[in-house]
Design a protein around this ligand. Sequence first.
Ligand code: NAP
Length: 335
Amino acid sequence: MTNNSNERVVLVRDLSGTPQPDDFRYERCAKPTLAAGQVLVETQWLSLDPYVRALLSGRHFLRQPQPGDVLPAKSVARVVDSRHAVFSTGDHIVLETGLQRFAVSNGDDAWPLHAGHVPASTALGILGMPGMTAYFGMIDVAQLKAGDTVLVSAASGPVGSMVGQIARRKGARAIGIAGGPKKCDWAVRHARFDACIDYKIESVDERLRELAPRGVDIYFDNTGGDILNTVVMGRHLAMHGRVILCGLIAQYNLKDAPRGPNLGPLMACRGKILPMVVYDYEDRREEFLRTAIPWFESGQLAYCEDIVTGLEHAAAQFCKLMRGENFGKTLVRMT
Ligand SMILES: NC(=O)c1ccc[n+]([C@@H]2O[C@H](COP(=O)([O-])OP(=O)(O)OC[C@H]3O[C@@H](n4cnc5c(N)ncnc54)[C@H](OP(=O)(O)O)[C@@H]3O)[C@@H](O)[C@H]2O)c1
């Protein structure tokens, strides 16, 4: 790379089905130029997130990327040049840059990287947007109480693992659902879930009858699809149980949305389905970090990351995430 060049990952075509690496192109291009009121940043960590697949299908409220556009991604980045009133050269910030090395920004959606003895990459995982989703989803939307039984799908991911750990910290019981023995073992041994159901080889319905015979008070749904159907239609919600509708990854790669659950059983248990959208909590980020950073610094938060090094590997890493083969927060480390 020369001093004036950039590298980036762009969308090649409209996606259909599970993304393939050749749906994206890694390319070199000119470095963007800085204008008044902007920062020029160099990315250090790039986040790969499931919602980007929904964006690429036009099923998200943010703008659908078109062929030739840089793939959306949040990053931890260093300001390398600034004509901005707040952010100076050398600052580390978190912002939307897309999957590229250099980006310019007017800083509107940027915030300083959290302080403390905490790895920078966590600003994209358990101490970033996914962690905030779990935190406000549990505390605010689900109204978590000590003694609750909490069930969460995609339990080894950044949202799911944080949900379970918040439940345990607040005196609730945490049951995870995850794909494969490695993920389930990690959830129990490291994130300290009480139990984890391997939905690839076990019957979620039968295991829930054993583990939560009186039903679950909170089902934090990161997947939708068959697991949501089983929890609701199998009558696994306790009286006044709450389903937190957080993510629908089971359908992001599908052309048509699957048939929904029969919601009749909600009447018997007076259950509620409550949607969670993390963007509604942007103005409470400081409150989340004031709580979660001390948890992390005292060694009480387990997390795992699935890291690939080098932007040229980012597309394959995103495809791996969308096949459900990631183990932990999916990241690209820039060299
Ligand atoms: N509402 C919001 O504001 C908000 C914010 C952040 C994230 N989310 C959503 O929360 C969910 C979790 O996000 P995350 O960042 O923590 O990612 P993540 O857990 O790393 O997501 C990937 C995991 O989802 C599971 N998965 C993938 N395909 C699946 C399928 N077809 N059926 C069932 N499970 C599947 C896989 O885990 P297993 O092998 O364990 O199945 C995979 O490892 C996603 O749906 C995401 O879109 C929502």
